[in-house]
Design a protein around this ligand. Structure first.
Ligand code: ADP
Length: 176
């Protein structure tokens, strides 16, 4: 499923983001940037130690990554050239600014990609695994934030959501 807004195409696919050949894949990281479970673990495992090495350098500079922000590293052995690491919110019932933080995680990743003059970026479904964000609400925020962003001044050509199950794919299709 696809949608074009101005010069950017949004597409939704079922799959494994570590296999994605784009300028950058986005990692749903945790603030330590030291790897973890879920998509984070899969990215570090497939990409190898070069990614973690750069994450350590970043943490030595800026400390832990605040939820809603994003940083970029190399892609190691991944087919993707770069990894953009962002931290989504942990779901606390919606009373701790989760919506703002999730929206910011997507937007800051897109801003960073544009700053680096990247053309293609792939996202997973941020915060809907271990962080427990309700899927339909997360999909709504993801789609709204991306559409609003590319309605502005972006040079991105393609934004792909690589979704890990049929259920997640369908939730995003409803909101696209
Ligand atoms: P968070 O801590 O932000 O919730 P998780 O990694 O636990 O992050 O889950 C985020 C989403 O990533 C979930 O929908 C999960 O199914 C999905 N996921 C896990 N592994 C992969 C992968 N290799 N490619 C794409 N998505 C993945």
């Amino acid at each position: 499923m696809e949608k074009q807004i101005k010069q950017t195409r949004i597409s939704l696919e079922l799959g494994d983001i570590t296999k994605c050949r784009v300028d950058a894949i986005v990692n749903a990281a945790n603030p330590s940037l030291m790897g973890g479970a879920g998509v984070d673990g899969a990215i570090h495992k497939a990409g190898g130690p070069a990614i973690l090495k750069e994450c350590k350098r970043i943490v030595a500079h800026i400390g832990r990554l605040t939820p809603g922000h994003a940083v970029i590293t190399n892609g190691g052995r991944l087919p993707a050239r770069h990894v953009i690491h962002t931290v989504g919110p942990v779901w606390h019932g919606g009373v701790q600014r989760e919506e703002l933080i999730l929206s910011s995680a997507y937007r800051e990743s897109l801003v960073l990609a544009d700053k680096m003059a990247l053309k293609t970026i792939a996202f997973p479904s941020i915060s809907t695994g271990a962080y427990g964000y309700p899927l339909d609400q997360a999909a709504e925020i993801a789609m709204r934030t991306v559409k609003e962003y590319i309605a502005g001044d972006s040079f991105l050509e393609q934004i792909i959501f690589i979704l890990f199950s049929q259920e997640i794919l369908e939730a995003y299709q409803k909101k696209l």
